[in-house]
Design a binder for this molecule. Sequence first.
Ligand code: ZN
Length: 335
Amino acid sequence: MSPLAGPPDPAVSTVLGDVPAVTLGRTNYHEHFFQVSPLLPGDALDDEPRSLVEAVSLRASGFPAVVDATPTGLGRRPEALARLAAASGLHVVATTGAHREPHYGAGHWLLELTEDQLAERFTADVTDGQPAVDGPGRGPRAVGPDGGPVRAAVVKAGIGYWSIGAFEQRVLAAVAATWARTGAAVLVHLEHGSATFEVLATLEVLGVPASAVALAHVDRNPDPGLHAELAAAGAYLGYDGWARSQRWPDSLLLDCLLRAAEQGATERLLLGGDVARATRYRGYGGMPGLAHLGERVLPRLERAASPALVTALLETNPARWLSGTGTTVSTEEQT
Ligand SMILES: [Zn+2]
């Protein structure tokens, strides 16, 4: 798939194989079924039956498709993820790339890799499929329940609060190389919604247009004017800070989303939950679980937003982002 021109019938690569983008339906652009990080002690997502409970609950709450946003070296379990997709009936899109540096403990093997080695790994995850074991050695390829590879279709980078460290810069360069080779959808983790335009500028220098990039957690800085400007620049905006009432009520994010849409961001908004912690998963004995988005946020959104906005947010935008259609090179690249 060329990243520069959409094919006539765009497809999205899921952990169970390619599906036409139009069949994804309502898509939660950001959750985690398996994730283990030293930054989240006591919150490991590492139990297949418990994660399956959460997957079933997400699907029942109105989302037939989801991106699992856990990148390399943080407890990814591709074969379990493919089994979970088959058992729950969810379309699951997997992620490669890397998180921001603090998610990897000191001495973690991923931190030692060069830009080229990172790009090679990320690209292979997209083209050949992920290895069965998410470790330093590439080892045998993961096999899905139907015998096929478990490919990633999103390539992720992460940065700090107004800060891009040396490892994170290497990852951004490797993400750009992976995008150029595969057209995988680009996802960038932001801290507190900072450094948005700086990330887009860094990626543009590396050849990646804003129209390929989703900025995760941009709503942690709930500034609708900024969001409208980012959308005008072409970037996708990941709203995923729901159910965090110690920081803000859901109403604040809903208002921000509606105001950003009024200012022209409709075609760039994405919705996710990024619940990400075992203590917040019903399947692990916590709450509110992945169903919060569908059960508590969506009804309010549907009352306040036009049907066209709801369709764009939940269906058209994630399908376009994930299939790479509508991605354009910058003027400088074309000349
Ligand atoms: Zn996340």
